[in-house]
Design a protein around this ligand. Structure first.
Ligand code: E4P
Length: 215
């Protein structure tokens, strides 16, 4: 499974990239608004660090506006992926950008029918937002399972990008279900490697080794 970072913070991207485990980045207007720098400038910095797909979301809600913004983002670098919300006006924007060779990540997906439409329109990625379901006492991961079944049934190549991840268990569940990608905040990424028993075990091994050296 590929690991993407869901952030607009260049510092976080640099830190995650140091481990060589970062396969891509997703951003959204809320995340980039926190950074207090022009959207385009941040994206340029990010593509300078990450070789994999970097999603940049349109803010227009009409087809023409989405196309204009999407084409403009695509000029920044070859690995820019345009993020389009799954609304009626987005469908033709997904189809047109895809036909122009620009990859599209369809965002704000909350139902299997939305995911089916995104795949039919030619999206490269579909982003089911699982944490937002969990926030309202619903099972977000169920949606991911349904999308994978539907895509497998028809051989759609749209990659399932699990988004709105809140904790490492979401990453585990996404991997168990067979999602292609999990995009996560840095705080979640940072916890994936930790285990207290690893720390205690290592501490004890080193203490025993030290003792043996003195004897
Ligand atoms: C995905 O691409 C979105 O940027 C993101 O995962 C949304 O997550 P949130 O529900 O934590 O805002």
């Amino acid at each position: 499974m590929k690991f993407f970072l869901d952030t607009g913070s260049v510092d976080e991207i640099r830190k995650a990239n140091e481990l060589g485990l970062l396969d891509g980045v997703t951003t959204n207007p809320s995340l980039l608004a926190k950074e207090k720098k022009p959207y385009r400038e941040i994206l340029k910095e990010i593509v300078g660090i990450v070789k994999g797909p970097v999603s940049a979301e349109v803010t227009a809600t009409d087809t023409e506006g989405m196309l204009r913004e999407g084409r403009d983002y695509a000029k920044i670098a070859d690995n820019i992926v345009v993020k389009i919300p799954i609304i009626k006006t987005g469908v033709n924007a997904i189809r047109t950008l895809t036909s122009e060779g620009i990859k599209v990540n369809v965002t704000l997906c909350f139902s299997p029918t939305q995911a089916l439409i995104a795949a039919k329109a030619g999206a490269s990625f579909i982003s089911p937002f699982i944490g937002r379901f969990d926030d309202i006492s619903s099972e977000g991961m169920q949606l991911v399972a349904e999308i994978i079944t539907i895509y497998d049934n028809y051989g759609y190549e749209t990659e399932v990008l699990v988004a709105s991840v809140r904790h490492p268990m979401h990453v585990v569940q996404a991997a168990m279900i067979g999602a292609d990608i999990c995009t996560m905040p840095y705080a979640v990424f940072d916890k994936l490697l930790n285990h207290p028993l690893t720390d205690i075990g290592l501490k004890n091994f080193l203490a025993d080794w030290e003792k043996a050296q003195k004897q």
